[in-house]
Design a protein around this ligand. Structure first.
Ligand SMILES: [Mn+2]
Length: 298
C-alpha cells in the first residue's frame, strides 16, 4: 500500500509506526488542503494519516477537528479517528495490540503528542532538545536539500538508532545549526513586524522578503500578554495570503475554536491552531475581520 501523510513530526511518527506494521511501497507527503481541494488523487491502495478523510482511501487515521469542509465516513471505515493530541497516538492505539513492538517508541510518541498539541514549556521553545528539536527540523523552509528525502531518511533512522544518534546525523546537525541561527533573526523580525491589538498579536510578514523562518512559538515568548496570534504572509505566486491563527501556548485563555473559524475561510485546524488561504484582493478586509472575531471571543 501507499502511505500518504504530512511532513511534520506527527506525520513522521505515523510513518514510523505504519511502515513497521504494514507493507508500504511508497510514502507521499502532501498538504491537508490537497485533499480538501481535490488536488490529489486518492485510491483504495492509500493509507491516509494525519490528513482529512477521502472516501476513496483504503485506511484513514486522523485527529483534527472535522468541519463542514471535510468529508466524513458515512459508514464503517478501516482505520481510526479520535480527538487525540496527535495522529500518531491514534495510529499507535490502532496497531499496538497486534504489534507490541511499537511500545519501544513510547518516548517518540509522548514527544510527538507534546509538539503536535503544543504542550511545550518556555524551555522547549527557547532551547529545544531531542525529539522536539528533531520535529522542528522538519520544516521545508530551512531550504536545505529535499524535504522528502530528509523525511524518509528520518523514518528509517528512528527505527534503527536512539535519538542522540539521530541528532548526530550530518543532515540533522546541518538543520539544527541552521535552526538556531534562524531563530535569532526570526525573533528580531517578529518583534519588528508584530503589533498587539487587545488580546491578539498580529504579525504581518507580507513586506518581508525572503519570508523569515523560525520557531512559530517564539512570538508567545515575546508577547506574553496576548492569548492568541494571527500571522500572515504571501501564498504561492502572491495570489493568496496565508493566514495562521494559534492560541498562545503560555497564556491559554483564548475562547476561539480556531479550526471552526478557519473553516469559515476555507481552511481548517484544531481547537487551538489552524490555517487558511485568503484571496489576495480581499486579504486586508478578512484580516480585520479575523482580528475583530479573535478580540470578540476574548
Ligand atoms: Mn497532527
Amino acid at each position: 500500500m501507499r502511505l500518504v501523510t504530512r511532513g511534520d513530526l506527527d506525520g513522521l511518527t505515523c510513518a514510523v509506526f505504519i511502515t513497521s506494521c504494514e507493507t508500504i511501497s511508497e510514502v507521499v507527503l502532501i498538504h491537508p488542503q490537497d485533499i480538501t481541494d481535490n488536488r490529489f488523487t486518492v485510491t483504495k491502495d492509500d493509507i491516509l494519516a494525519n490528513l482529512p478523510f477521502s472516501p476513496a482511501c483504503g485506511k484513514w487515521f486522523d485527529h483534527h477537528l472535522l468541519t463542514d469542509n471535510n468529508d466524513f465516513p458515512r459508514e464503517a471505515f478501516d482505520g481510526r479517528y479520535a480527538l487525540a493530541p496527535s495522529a500518531a497516538r491514534v495510529v499507535y492505539d490502532y496497531y499496538v495490540g497486534k504489534n507490541p513492538g511499537l511500545k519501544k517508541y513510547e518516548k517518540l510518541l509522548v514527544e510527538t503528542d507534546r509538539l503536535d498539541a503544543a504542550l511545550l514549556t518556555m524551555d522547549d521553545v527557547l532551547d529545544p532538545k531531542e525529539y522536539i528539536l528533531l520535529g522542528l527540523t522538519l520544516d521545508p523552509r530551512t531550504g536545505l536539500g529535499s524535504w522528502r528525502d530528509y523525511f524518509l531518511k528520518l523514518v528509517e533512522a528512528l527505527k534503527k538508532y536512539p535519538i542522540e544518534a539521530v541528532l548526530g546525523l550530518p543532515d540533522v546537525m546541518e538543520r539544527t545549526a541552521k535552526l538556531r541561527e534562524q531563530d535569532k533573526s526570526f525573533r528580531e523580525l517578529t518583534q519588528a513586524h508584530s503589533r498587539l491589538d487587545g488580546n491578539v498579536v498580529f504579525t504581518d510578514f507580507r513586506n518581508v522578503s525572503p519570508l523569515p523562518v523560525g520557531n512559530r512559538f517564539l512570538v508567545y515568548t515575546l508577547f506574553p500578554e496576548a492569548n492568541v496570534s494571527l500571522r500572515v504572509h504571501w501564498g504561492p505566486n502572491r495570489q493568496s495570503v496565508a493566514a495562521a491563527v494559534g492560541h498562545s501556548i503560555f497564556n491559554r485563555t483564548s475562547r476561539t475554536t480556531v479550526g471552526i473559524l478557519m473553516s469559515k475561510y476555507g481552511g481548517g485546524g484544531h481547537k487551538g491552531a489552524g490555517t487558511c488561504l485568503l484571496p489576495a484582493d480581499e486579504a486586508d478586509a478578512k484580516i480585520a475581520e479575523l482580528i475583530e472575531q479573535l478580540k470578540k471571543d476574548g
